[in-house]
Ligand binder design. Structure first.
Ligand code: Z5A
Length: 211
């Protein structure tokens, strides 16, 4: 990849603390003088936000695993082309709350969609775009779910059983192990300030390297 900006993604299971970390990391990068775009998946474009409201709505229990996978990639294909690639080409850094690893974890691990099918969609939909850095917030499922439980009504995916989220966690960890140069795994059971410090340390090499 020979783009001027940097592409950072955040991943993790339910209640891992991504939103909490994003706020602190966003402030830190701005203080470092980074011209930053922050987006989320599914979402970040008007098409993506419409897909998000459909796919996370518990009033749509009949969405098939295949449809769910395609909807995630439809939102992603639009976000990559409409916002992420133009921002990177203009020299901005992009901080994205979830990206393609989430599809391998949730639709692959959680829903049992075949890895090769997801890989094919990635090749087709993502225009070759890979993150420079992926921060994986790793936390036991019970801890994450207990944190998330305080937040009110569960969405269509959050209603799944613990076993679903154990498979999600397992796939995330396997992907991190397979690509150690891209992933930094952060113990997200630590206090939020420690999680933020670990994330900041992981972003430092991005300032130095010509990627
Ligand atoms: N999804 C998918 O299936 N496939 C895909 O390809 C993509 C997404 C891209 C997006 O929902 C859903 O879409 C997600 C995966 C699926 N579904 N699930 N489940 P979302 O973006 O709305 O939600 P989320 O991504 O799952 O995140 P979350 O559950 O909202 O949690 P979080 O952002 O990681 O956590 P948080 O809001 O920062 O923290 C939760 C609580 O814990 C809160 O009270 C905090 O104050 C507290 N917290 C945070 N950090 C700590 C620490 N370190 N210690 C103690 N307490 C903490």
């Amino acid at each position: 990849m020979n783009r001027r900006g940097r592409f950072i993604t955040l991943e993790g299971g339910e209640g891992a603390g991504k939103s909490t970390l994003l706020a602190g990391l966003h402030d830190h990068l701005l203080q470092r003088g980074v011209n930053l775009l922050q987006v989320r998946e599914p979402g970040g474009t008007s098409l993506g936000e419409a897909i998000r409201s459909i796919v996370l709505d518990p009033a749509n229990p009949d969405i098939s695993a295949e449809s769910e996978l395609l909807l995630m990639f439809a939102a992603r294909a639009q976000l990559v082309r409409e916002r992420i690639l133009p921002a990177l080409d203009a020299g901005q850094w992009v901080l994205c709350d979830r990206y393609v690893d989430a599809s391998y974890a949730y639709q692959g691990g959680g829903r049992g969609q075949p890895h090769e099918r997801i890989a094919e969609l990635e090749r087709w939909a993502c225009a070759g775009l890979k993150p420079h850095l992926t921060l994986l917030l790793d936390v036991p499922v019970s801890t994450g779910r207990a944190r998330a439980a305080g937040r009110g009504a569960a969405d269509r995916i959050e209603v799944e059983a613990d076993a679903f989220f154990e498979r999600v966690r397992q796939v995330y960890r396997e992907r991190a192990e397979a690509e150690p140069q891209r992933f930094r795994v952060i113990d997200a059971s630590q206090a939020p300030d420690k999680v933020l410090r670990a994330a900041i340390a992981a972003t430092e090499p991005l300032f130095e390297a010509s990627l």
